[in-house]
Ligand binder design. Sequence first.
Ligand SMILES: Cc1ncc(COP(=O)(O)O)c(C=O)c1O
Length: 460
Amino acid sequence: MTNPPESNAELQQTARRNLWMHFTRMSAYTDSDIPVIVRGSGPYVFDNHGRRYLDGLSGLFVSQVGHGRTEIADAAHRQASQLAYFPLWSYAHPQAIELSERLAGLAPGDLNRVFFTTSGSEAVESAWKLAKQYFKLTGQPERYKVLSRDIAYHGTSMGALAITGLADIKYPFEPLPPGGVRVPNTNFYRAPDFVADDITDFGRWAADEIERAILREGPESVAAVFLEPVQNSGGCFPPPPGYFARVREICDTYGVLLVSDEVICAFGRLGHYFGSARYGYQPDIITFAKGLTSGYSPLGGMLVRDAIMEPFNRGTATFLHGVTFAGHPVSAAVALANLDIFEKEDLLGNVRANEGAFRATLEKLYDLPIVGDIRGDGYFYGIEMVKNKDTRETFSDEESERLLRGFLSTALFDAGLVCRADDRGDPVIQLAPPLICGQEHFDEIEHILRNVLTEAWERI
Ligand SMILES: Cc1ncc(COP(=O)(O)O)c(C=O)c1O
């Protein structure tokens, strides 16, 4: 048995020796400490030196109800004591049954069948596999392709990565499963000139590009379109007016399934249980994860309508897919306790009541020369940084590297704010605070951003 490391020196030494962090340049920590977060309370987390940080990203778009909720921990404890594990392979348990009913009740329209996973990548992977097998069972075996948007992130497993639109994180793992096709995203700030003056025209063009891609690929070969309600990667692109109505129409015309990837946008992030409800469109499949449990235990899944499941209800037909921990009893119990908090504290109401104030507080930053665009909805915002506000000129790769990795990420954290400084598209800072936040937290975010972005501009 090993003794748990306690002092910072011990933690650092052991982490450097044994731990491999995700999407992390490990070399960045050769000479500097790895941040070690030890506890959380409400919208704040604390490191092993006792320093407090406002969790402006809800961990990773996860901690909707905030940290330190003992009622969820108690639900996990009770469930683990009663039945810690049993698979959903040919068996069920009451927690998965109850949660599936509850999710069906919250989902838009007729989505009433829940297939659980443990993560968002698995949810996306499952949705693609379901689409492929569904079409094989219904006499359209050549439909396998999937459309998704430029720069969109849909996960890291091989299938999900083929749907992801970020070239840099795909390249090391190529060849990927064939069939991933890119269409434009809805970044109006970077709209092509011919639709740059009118957001509705822009949205119409972006949606029509989906139709053009379907026609180019051959409609008989296209299985699904994967879209987030608000695209995360690139810095929070909300849908232009009319965009999803047109996409729905296109999907219906060509018999293509519309998959709403709500791994981030569900469970209150946009003030609704599901992001598609906010924008009034009806998906065929919703993928979800993250906020369902507020991170107290991992859980993901997909919601589909009976019509998609119907071919699997006949004879020997089986959806030949599953994972050991999907719908884990402890995670399902945690999700139910999490949703109880949503109801008791009216978290959706809190987001809807305060989202205008969140936007208005962030928009104060427009007086800074580095702030080009502030965009998002609900409690989900991106701030695009530019070198020249008038021309919208962005930073070179070298400047971006110096700005984001060399300064901003560390400076924001040192100033007490967890958020994301990202350059997977143009350089952005992203914010997604817990849904319990209010004006005092927005002010704290604005204050820290103002100081750090002012210094960043001076350093360029
Ligand atoms: C839209 C979307 N889909 C899928 C995923 C993958 O989820 P996970 O990291 O749980 O595998 C993410 C993760 O951030 C996401 O944002």
